[in-house]
Design a protein around this ligand. Sequence first.
Ligand code: UD1
Length: 401
Amino acid sequence: MCLSALQTGPWGNPGVTGAKVNQLKIINVVGARPNFMKMAPIIAAMNCYPDEIEHLLVHTGQHYDEKMSKSFFDDLGMPKPDIDLGVGSGSHAEQTGQVMVKFEQVCLDEKPDLVIVVGDVNSTMACTITAKKLGIRVAHVEAGLRSGDMGMPEEINRLCTDVLCDYLFTTEASAGENLRAEGIADEKIIFVGNVMIDTLLQHREMAAKLSTAGDMGLKAGEYAVLTLHRPSNVDDKATLGGIFEALAEIARRLPVVFPIHPRTRKMMDSFGLTHYLQPGAGGKGIHVTEPLGYLQFLHLMMNARLVLTDSGGLQEETTVLGVPCITLRHNTERPITVEQGSNVVVGNDKSHILAAANDVLEGRMPQPRIPEKWDGKTADRIVEWLIKNRKKRSAPRGLLR
Ligand code: UD1
């Protein structure tokens, strides 16, 4: 990373500089928690090229809690958003529609040459559709991942985003294969690696120095970390109850730390399942915390004996950290974490979860290998590519309104 990026903090932003000839004007979009750690290194890499790139950060406000949003800006040293759309919660249509209406005005005012979206959340798809209809180019970072499960809202977001985008930056070979199989032209697909791993490698030492685990009374290598928020796991009482029956058994063997997602907390309250969330004898049991900041959570994860999750990103982070990961889903859009990583995908059936946990606790887990280009330099590759292949906006139809 260049000196100018480091001078303003790990991922600082020297600010919007004012247009220069042939400078690319880029809007970077974030909306929900898993977007922040993906965008932070891209912003830092852009700061190395102030003559080539002017950039603005737009936060849609899909996630708005201190713990789901602001704490990540602080932990990652990210600049405050230049524009906050303040969209908040709602049904999928409400959230998507509100982002589109508000982001359209931003595009009309700012007239960017390019919009960059990351991941697969509602904000990603909403901003892609809006920008494309105004004739603005869009780049998708983490393109081409496919679970094949149309019951996942994120899968719909991925498909809609990728079919529209001009530049598709991919994290693993399977993503490029998926895109080609969908008829996407080869020249749009650029295999760059994983920006989330840039952030992890950049913050690993800082996280290691924290005392989060010790402060919770946990010993390194002797506890599990749990995250759970997918609608398919938490929105149905019988499914969620079954998962917690398995987790309660695991928690009799070692403490399970559970930073609870707001969606999951609401569902557990309404289903009357909160009795599972009790510390057990001898420090074991399920220990609930509020959602944690990036560094604290990284600290907990890197010192854990195992991670149980339905998140996408954790499958990748554990692969790099070498921590066994049990994924409580029926599929993964990140197959490299199973082929090369520390991940096993077990679904949400009690006996399968327990069998996988048993394997880990008895030392039967594959030794992960770091996937190709998950080397901390992905954001540099993206920004260098964008500069080399830069195209200025040529008075697109939509912007002339
Ligand atoms: C969203 C993303 C998902 C991502 C997850 C990470 C979509 C479709 N889903 O799911 O891909 O893995 O974020 O967290 O975009 N809530 C709060 N505070 C907040 C945000 C949400 O209390 O800051 C509550 C909302 O009121 C809502 C629930 O949490 O009831 C779910 O939020 P929502 O943004 O709809 O989806 P997530 O489940 O967080």
